[in-house]
Design a protein around this ligand. Structure first.
Ligand SMILES: *Cc1c(COP(=O)(O)O)cnc(C)c1O
Length: 423
């Protein structure tokens, strides 16, 4: 991509170009944060209004049956299944990613203890997303396990005979580095550990095949690449060999075999439905359904393979353009340079002022975000690319804005130094 004209031509040839028009995107804004909060599908507002006005307003409680509310967790799970290499009957949408991780980790610990009571370690990556580490830390305290945090590069050697469960996020939220899902799942199995994947930053952005990888458990997020809206419910998958083996720890009535028998004893549903706990949030689920319908439509346009091709092209173009057109400011690529090692995001670090530069960029209408560094990573400017609605001209124009922010030093202005509550 050597010119804006070339970027324009790439957008015109894009086999996924029809999808952008299915989203509400404010004119003049370049939105590179769909990995954090996906954009609003155009159909969502109308559909949510229908659910509120007609189904809730007119049908009232009858809508649990007449509008199919009660089976929404399964229907939406079935829509997510092909994106993650699962059978439709193996996935439900429910609760948040954090809560679902609690459930599957609890079950994985129980199964691991049954198999070998001497395995008492939960292993994860030190720079995993904090909620994953915190949930694991809490469960380890509660159940007398040890939480072992290691660098990603040291995972394989840390997978010793004491490890009960390996919990990883497929695409790192900060760097965009992507684990080889099949290889790691196989390594866990060979080491006698159970494998849990968090797909928050990969479902709807990169191809995933949990069945082929023979993984054990997975959870993921509805509001990032799946465009379900802020706080959208999450999903959970459990391999058939485990799903009926244990109770999940939040035995609510919706996971009961016969909730409307109102019996005093708990009898879990068969299969993944036992991972439901309480009453599903219907309005949020209706919004998520609109996000997921776009992925059904994508099937006719090359599916997730076409999406991944475009994602790689966008992230590669962005890296090339930033390096070519913003030299001399100390920006450093933190994401893997090899496309097969990264998800659908790119991040760069600035030696001292990543936060202020991102704020100045946002003021110019290019929305990415800032993430604080850790032991292994400096503070970063993070850019997520959602191939359903982002394009090559946006890449070109965003780099132009970044260049101007750096050349003018406008990021030094005091308003860009103020830390907001949410970064
Ligand atoms: C976004 C994200 C979550 C979000 O969890 P919530 O329970 O929805 O707040 C969890 N894990 C990872 C890896 C994430 O990126």
């Amino acid at each position: 991509m050597r010119s804006r004209e070339e970027a324009l031509a790439l957008d015109q040839q894009d086999p996924l170009k029809e999808f952008r028009d299915l989203f509400v995107l404010p004119p003049g804004l370049i939105y590179f944060d769909g990995n954090s909060l996906g954009a609003l599908p155009k159909r969502t507002a109308e559909q949510v209004a229908h659910v509120v006005n007609h189904e809730w307003g007119q049908e009232l409680i009858r809508a649990w049956n007449s509008a199919g509310w009660f089976t929404l967790p399964q229907r939406l799970g079935g829509m997510i299944a092909p994106l993650i290499g699962a059978k439709p009957s193996e996935v439900v949408v429910t609760d948040s990613t954090s809560v679902n991780l609690y459930k599957v980790l609890h079950v994985a610990m129980s199964i691991a203890l049954e198999n070998d009571p001497n395995r008492r370690v939960v292993l994860t990556e030190r720079s995993n997303f904090p909620t994953d580490i915190y949930i694991a830390e809490g469960l380890c305290r509660e159940r007398g396990f040890e939480l072992r945090l290691v660098d990603a590069s040291a995972l394989r050697e840390a997978l010793d005979a004491s490890v009960a469960v390996l919990v990883l996020t497929h695409v790192n939220y900060r760097t965009g580095a992507m684990f080889p899902l099949s290889d790691i799942s196989r390594a866990a199995k060979a080491a006698g550990a159970l494998m849990i994947w968090d797909l928050a930053h990969s479902a709807g952005a990169v191809p995933i095949d949990l069945s082929a990888a023979d993984a054990d458990f997975a959870v993921g997020c509805g509001y990032k690449y799946l465009n379900g809206g802020p706080g959208a419910p999450a999903f959970v998958w459990v391999h058939a060999r485990h799903v009926d083996r244990a109770w999940q720890p939040l035995n609510g009535w919706i996971g009961h075999r016969a909730p409307f028998e109102f019996t005093p004893d708990y009898q879990p549903q068969v299969g993944i439905n036992r991972y439901l706990a309480g009453t599903p949030p219907i309005i949020s689920m209706a919004a998520l359904a609109c996000g997921l319908e776009l992925f059904e439509r994508l099937q006719a346009r090359g599916g997730i393979t076409a999406l991944r091709q475009k994602s790689v092209a966008l992230t590669t173009a962005f890296i090339e353009q930033v390096e070519a057109r913003c030299p001399g400011f100390g920006l450093q690529l933190i994401s893997p340079r090899e496309p097969e090692l990264r998800g659908s995001q790119v991040c760069f670090s600035h030696p001292t002022h990543s936060y202020a530069i991102m704020q100045a960029l946002i003021a110019r209408g290019v929305i990415g975000d800032y993430r604080k560094g850790d032991a292994n990573t400096p503070d970063i400017l993070r850019f997520g690319f959602a191939p359903l609605y982002n394009g090559f001209v946006e890449v070109w124009d965003a780099v132009e804005q970044l260049n101007q922010v750096l050349c003018s030093s406008e990021w030094k202005q005091p308003q860009f130094q103020q830390r907001a509550l949410v970064t």
